[in-house]
Design a protein around this ligand. Structure first.
Ligand SMILES: Nc1nc2c(ncn2[C@@H]2O[C@H](COP(=O)(O)OP(=O)(O)OP(=O)(O)O)[C@@H](O)[C@H]2O)c(=O)[nH]1
Length: 500
């Protein structure tokens, strides 16, 4: 068994589901996909006073419910999840303390200040956590060069800390609970990712949510309120088509029945999510993952500086951590330092790089060589870094088309993905890039980067609805682990969280 970070669940390697199994569906289709990095703990932690029956069963309250209105039941679920993670962290610290100094993690024992609902941790729970920790260390050691000499870009983030049982934790837990996740399936890394995503979306959210709540007010939805929402969504870079589609759906409901304000917000979120998920569902593959035991070639294309190389480094890390054999083609032969930069990223995940060091080498030739090497070594995922190019430069777009032709000829049976990397902070300009690249590069999907710190995260909706491209991954930070498969439910919740 290996945890597949692309599919967000444990899989039997090398068994491969192709076409994707129903479990690959996004939360709307299958809200109970486990995302846990670690296997569930078999022991039940000591329950806090007042824990509900739902928590005792380890089941989430009301899958699909929006987390905005945190019920007592949801709060209890969050407490139980916190307690379990706290027990794990304590067990991890204890296990580390008994190991030789050289292998001790940097994180100090029980570093997280906390106000847990109660003390937790049985002997069985501690043992299970210690075993899991050992397994994870082996995986991490294989996946990431712990002693990487290169610091700077993508420096490995320290292990996440549990921190307090605070608003950030409960929000993340609520988002997981709303997707039908079980208490024992929650992992600290996903709690942290959600926290980062929400923080990252803060700038986009700041104006949006306040304005939305002001517009929605305390009264039932009226046609006038729906009209007001138009300006709010357009300002958030949601785009004309997505805005129209969302508002049309709201108008239909308002005409049919009285829609209370909370219901109005829920409807709005549902509509936004549908816009994001429509192109994903159209592909028949809700989570993009390399297919095992065959060659997958993923081309990363886009304009200059959007984060192609960084994304490639993060994808290589996801691949290695998920048990895929991976290789990198350094086909950005234009920028002097590009090969070195991509090599540093690849080295962090101990992934081989195929490059041509001579100046102005033909990128298509590099890709040709890399495919040959990947085929010879039965590599499953070949990630191709390409030079940044403006969508308006015809000759450079031709060069992309040539690379694609080489891939098709040299690896006719490979599964090819052409992923456009888009910088979220470029807003509507990103949409123009998507439309221009879509044809020349035969795009199959989008990676949205720099969602942290961008005020224009709403552009994801414009890209999905107007370029009709599935968003496959989102990046919210420069660290090696700051990239995850896209999840429409989590994205919309982060976009519309009431406080940040
Ligand atoms: N904050 C933030 N920065 C990012 C993210 N992804 C990439 N970056 C930063 O964006 C900058 C450009 O990233 P690169 O990966 O070099 O971009 P590129 O598209 O390969 O650039 P060219 O090869 O010049 O076209 C770097 O400083 C990255 O650290 C992200 O998700 N968040």
């Amino acid at each position: 068994m290996v945890f597949d970070w692309f599919r967000r669940r444990r899989v039997n390697k090398p068994a491969e589901e192709n076409p994707p199994s129903p479990e690959d569906k996004s939360p709307e289709v299958s809200p109970a996909d486990p995302v846990a990095e670690q296997p569930p703990v078999s022991a039940t932690p000591v329950e806090p006073a007042g824990t509900t029956a739902a928590v005792e069963r380890g089941t989430a309250p009301q899958p699909g419910a929006a987390p905005a209105a945190a019920s007592q039941e949801t709060l209890d679920w969050a407490k139980a999840a916190y307690m379990r993670l706290k027990a794990e962290q304590t067990a991890k610290a204890e296990a580390a303390a008994t190991q030789p100094a050289a292998t001790q993690p940097v994180t100090p024992a029980a570093a997280a200040p906390s106000s847990p609902p109660s003390e937790a941790g049985t002997g069985l729970l501690a043992r299970a956590a210690a075993e899991r920790e050992q397994r994870q260390k082996v995986l991490d050691a294989q996946a990431v060069g712990a002693e990487s000499p290169h610091k700077g870009d993508g420096e490995e983030a320290p292990d996440p800390d549990l921190g307090n049982f605070d608003e950030e934790f409960t929000w993340s837990a609520e988002v997981l609970a709303a997707q039908g996740r079980k208490v024992e399936d929650v992992s600290l890394e996903e709690i942290h990712w959600l926290g980062r995503l929400r923080q990252g979306m803060e700038k986009t959210r700041r104006g949006l949510v306040t304005q939305l709540l002001n517009s929605l007010g305390d009264d039932p939805l009226t046609p006038e309120i729906v009209d007001d929402l138009e300006a709010v969504l357009l300002q958030a870079d949601v785009g004309v088509e997505a805005t129209d589609a969302v508002l049309d759906a709201l108008r239909r409901r308002v005409n049919e029945e009285v829609v209370p304000p909370d219901e109005g917000l829920r409807l709005l979120k549902d509509q936004l999510r549908q816009q994001l998920e429509r192109p994903i569902r159209a592909t028949g593959c809700d989570l993009l993952a390399p297919q095992r035991e065959r060659l997958n070639v993923w081309l990363l294309v886009g304009v200059n500086g959007v984060g192609k190389t960084t994304t490639l480094g993060k994808l290589a890390n996801l691949a290695v951590r998920s048990g895929y054999s991976c290789m990198v083609a350094a086909a950005d032969t234009f920028r002097a330092a590009a090969v070195e930069q991509v090599s540093i990223w690849a080295e962090r995940s101990q992934v081989e790089v195929i490059a041509n060091p001579s100046a102005n080498a033909d990128p298509a030739a590099v890709v040709f060589d890399a495919i040959g090497a990947a085929q010879a070594r039965s590599v499953e995922l070949l990630l191709v870094d390409t030079a940044g190019r403006l969508q308006t430069k015809h000759n450079l777009m031709e060069e992309l088309a040539k690379i694609r032709t080489v891939v098709d000829r040299k690896a006719p049976t490979a599964v090819v993905e052409s992923l456009l990397v888009l910088d979220a902070s470029q807003g509507q300009n990103g949409l123009r890039q998507a439309l221009a690249f879509a044809q020349a590069a035969r795009l199959t999907g989008v990676v949205m980067t720099k969602l942290d710190g961008s005020a224009k995260g709403g552009v994801a909706l414009a890209v999905a609805s107007e370029a009709n491209l599935p968003i496959r991954f989102i990046g919210a930070g420069e660290g090696l682990r700051d990239l995850r498969p896209f999840n429409g439910f989590e994205f919309v919740e982060a976009l519309m969280a009431r406080s940040g």
